[in-house]
Design a protein around this ligand. Structure first.
Ligand code: URA
Length: 203
């Protein structure tokens, strides 16, 4: 797959559609998933959200953020007054990586090497979409966008990803994993506040 990606890089896609065709036709870096889950949303969307990688539901349906984390994100968007159809949503890694446990496919966090492997695609994708602001949802997105690991708790808020204006916040899955309902509610409110603030930074 690494060789294949290198060969594709020479093709220099001229549009987001051409890029997506390359991504869709490529082998996953880690075998097992059903398909590449491509970014979605209008070119020129003022705000783009970058997650980690598609989960089980995203892999099955072929759309980003449609599983439990996506549903939580939708609720947060609604609370923050963000229209999902006007935003661009994508992931740092385009294929689902998992461990099979019985019938369940348990999500596996991508390694730094995998994030790096997919980074060229993400950069190209964002070059075509040209959002005014890129919101990194969680540590993997930050790693992909900043090119280095940055602790979310310290860096939460407005950020710069190279030439691009960015914003760092938590991943919705983090909220799903919190066991204490009060903490969950509090963290959800903080997440909504982050989204509102990010949204206020775009025209
Ligand atoms: N988590 C992500 O990071 N992205 C998705 O698309 C779904 C869950």
């Amino acid at each position: 797959p690494v060789k294949a990606v290198e060969a594709m890089r020479d093709q220099e896609p001229k549009s987001l559609r051409a890029l997506n065709e390359i991504i869709a036709a490529s082998e996953p870096m880690v075998a097992g998933g059903t398909r590449a889950v491509l970014g979605e949303g209008p070119i020129g969307a003022p705000i783009a959200f970058v997650g980690e990688q598609p989960g089980d539901q995203e892999d099955l349906h072929g759309h980003p953020f449609v599983g439990p984390a996506g549903q939580l994100l939708d609720r947060a968007f609604e609370a923050a007054g963000i229209d999902r159809s006007r935003a661009y949503l994508t992931n740092a890694v385009k294929h689902f990586k998992f461990e099979q446990r019985g019938k369940r496919r348990i999500h596996q966090k991508p390694t730094g090497g995998e994030v790096k492997h997919y980074r060229w695609w993400l950069e190209k994708e964002l070059d075509f979409v040209q959002p005014q602001l890129i919101v990194a949802l969680g540590a993997t997105a930050v790693l992909a966008l900043a090119g280095k690991a940055v602790p979310i708790t310290r860096a939460r808020g407005p950020a710069q990803f190279g030439e691009r204006a960015g914003f760092i916040t938590v991943h919705p899955s983090y909220l799903l994993r919190l066991p204490d309902p009060a903490a969950k509610e509090q963290e959800f409110a903080a997440f909504v506040a982050d989204l509102k603030r990010a949204h206020s930074l775009v025209a």
